[in-house]
Design a protein. Structure first.
Length: 243
């Protein structure tokens, strides 16, 4: 079902969209992981069993674009910090908070039944640090971060590059009997977003056909992005003593 009243804002110039689920427990994950970022229109079923709700950062109108924040919220932020941060900074901050393991665990029960509520740090410098972490996460998840051009994983083995049977063993992600990606840690292999095991789902989607060179590079970038995400989550948690 098309939602032009929302999705049209993702087609009118540069925009970012925050994706969350109102009731994450229906996804089937053990932890809250229904959080992602996009630059494009997005299907309801981005998350396992559906439920992805998109919040555009900007709303476009004939007279221009406006941040998708209420007047009350903008006043609150300005009073809190003595200035109003850029809309992108606020979005990056929110994204960082939603990827905090401490936040996810502490508010696990509330997140089962409603949209996430975001605690804002009273200290502006802490806000800035978390916003920078969130910015890095966004770039990683959009596969736009420069660090992804230097992946730590390699594609090995001779064959047709066809995805036949996806499996994981001893740090290797096999796409068929002879070809595999390595090294991939078990933590990265098991990492989930939206109820989906990211790497396994990505490859399974391409089962029965040959991976192109671009797809091989994308997979290696994705491994790197997950590796950096895990590191960033640890750094974010060191800043979230106020949640």
């Amino acid at each position: 079902m098309p939602r032009p009243e929302v999705m049209s804002h993702m087609l009118k110039g540069e925009n970012l969209g925050l994706l969350v689920c109102r009731q994450w427990n229906v996804i089937g994950s053990e932890i809250y992981d229904t959080v992602f970022i996009t630059k494009y229109i997005t299907d309801l079923n981005l998350f396992r069993r559906g439920g992805a709700t998109l919040f555009p950062l900007y709303l476009y109108a004939p007279h221009g674009k406006q941040p998708n924040f209420t007047t009350e919220f903008r006043k609150y932020i300005k009073n809190l910090y003595g200035k109003e941060p850029a809309p992108e900074e606020i979005l990056y901050y929110i994204y960082a908070i939603l990827y905090s393991p401490t936040y996810r665990e502490k508010y696990k029960e509330q997140l089962k039944y409603n949209f996430p509520r975001i605690p804002f740090a009273e200290d502006y410098q802490k806000f800035k640090r978390l916003s920078e972490f969130g910015k890095k996460l966004v770039k990683l998840h959009l596969l736009e971060d420069e660090s992804l051009n230097f992946p730590s994983v390699k594609f090995k083995g001779k064959g047709t590059n066809e995805v036949e049977k996806v499996s994981y063993k001893n740090g290797k992600v096999y796409i068929n009997k002879n070809q595999y990606f390595e090294p991939v840690s078990e933590e990265i292999w098991n990492y989930k977003i939206g109820g989906y095991q990211v790497l396994k789902k990505w490859l399974s989607y391409r089962k029965g056909r040959k991976l192109t060179l671009e797809e091989i590079e994308t997979f290696m970038k994705t491994v790197k992005a997950l590796e950096e995400t895990i590191k960033l989550q640890e750094k974010i948690d060191m800043e979230t003593d106020f949640v």
